[in-house]
Design a protein around this ligand. Structure first.
Ligand code: DX5
Ligand code: ZN
Length: 226
């Protein structure tokens, strides 16, 4: 079983204090820092780009997990690698050449992730499975934090886990994750849980308890905690 990881999404943080927010979730127990990049074209919202990620980089040694919701993505992969991303995840729907994008990410020396919108079947990534280190199952339509978890994606997590087989591939889930649904996604096979609103609600004093609540619910489902 892959290790259980909680990845707070900086999208839900206070953008006026990005460095401080990264340090706060790092010291509150985050395993990875999830960075949502939106272009106002592939998704109907704009967030931040490589310069903001580079500015956050010195504030944590944890894995920077960059989720690109941009099209095209290929012209920007190098910039996101240089900004300090450890994993770069691209949408299978973002262009006709996802195979090339994944090859390019690995050629930059980074872990390659591929993600699927809620309406896209797991079969869409069958032919690139040997190029991926991470499969991200979107449990909301990408573009905004704070949306409701789409339950039908639990089955997709199980199908992604089955497709990964014995390969060293992380299965990540992103969108509407709370302590209430963490068990069901962990049971289905997700080992990386992204959470924005559920981590950042209540301000810095609450981050530690918020992260722990998600982790504990998932750990119980995995038989790792009581
Ligand atoms: C959605 C983003 C998510 C989002 C998660 O487009 O990819 O990472 O910020 O936020 P919550 O946990 O609030 O759904
Ligand atoms: Zn994301």
């Amino acid at each position: 079983m892959r290790p259980l990881l909680v990845a707070p999404s900086i999208l839900a943080s206070d953008f006026a204090k990005l460095g401080e927010e990264v340090r706060a979730v790092d010291s509150a127990g985050a395993d990875w820092i999830h960075l949502d990049v939106m272009d106002g074209h592939f998704v109907p919202n704009i967030s931040f780009g490589p310069a903001a990620i580079a500015a956050m980089r010195p504030h944590s040694k944890k894995t920077f997990d960059t989720h690109l919701m941009i099209a095209p993505c290929d012209p920007y992969l190098e910039a996101f690698a240089k900004a300090g991303s450890d994993t770069i995840t691209v949408h299978v729907e973002s262009g006709p050449h996802v195979h090339r994008s994944l090859q390019a990410i690995r050629a930059l020396g980074k872990k390659a992730g591929v993600t699927l919108n809620p309406g896209t079947p797991v079969e869409a990534i069958e032919n690139v499975i040997d190029l991926v280190d991470l499969i991200l199952v979107m449990s909301v339509n990408p573009g905004f934090g704070g949306q409701a978890f789409i339950k039908s994606q639990v089955d997709k997590i199980a199908r992604a886990r089955a497709l990964a087989g014995g390969r060293p591939i992380d299965i990540e889930v992103d969108g509407g994750i709370t302590p209430d649904n963490a068990a069901s996604v962990a049971r289905a096979g997700a080992n990386v849980l992204v959470a924005g609103s559920a981590v950042f609600k209540g301000g810095p004093d609450a981050y530690r308890a918020n992260i722990a609540a998600i982790r504990n619910a998932a750990a119980i489902a995995r038989g790792e905690a009581a």
